[in-house]
Design a binder for this molecule. Sequence first.
Ligand code: SF4
Ligand code: SF4
Length: 126
Amino acid sequence: MSNIIKKDGYDYCFDASACSICQARCCTGESGYIHVSTDEIKKISNFLNLEIADFMQKFLFKHGYRYSIKERKCGESYECAFYNREANGCMIYEVRPMQCMTFPFWDYYKNRVDELKLECPGVIDV
Ligand code: SF4
Ligand code: SF4
C-alpha cells in the first residue's frame, strides 16, 4: 500500500514512511508553539486521565490568547513534552492536536517548500 499522501492546493506530497527513520524532527528541534484548542484540551486531559486544570498546569502555557504545549530542553534543542524519545513517538498520538495531525500540509509552507524540506524528510515533489 502506498504511503504517499497528496493534498489539493499543495505542490508537494508527503511520504509517511519517512517518519519511521526521521527521529521526529517535527516534534523536536527549534523551540516553537504547539497550539491546542479548548476541545483538544478536553480530549487530551481525558486521554491522560487528568483533570483539565491539572493537565493545563502541567503541560500547557499561555501564548497570546491561545495555549501551547510545553517543551523540554534537550541539549541544544527542544522537544515537545509528549515526545517519547525511547519509542520515537508521540505519547498522545491518538488525540494529538490538529496542528500535528495536519503537518506538513500547513498554509505557511505552501510557498516555502524548500524550508519545509529541511525540516521534514518525508516531503517530496509532486
Ligand atoms: S518531520 Fe516529517 S518525516 Fe519526520 S516525523 Fe515529522 S512528519 Fe514524519
Ligand atoms: S503532541 Fe505529539 S505529534 Fe504533536 S509535537 Fe508533541 S509529540 Fe509531536
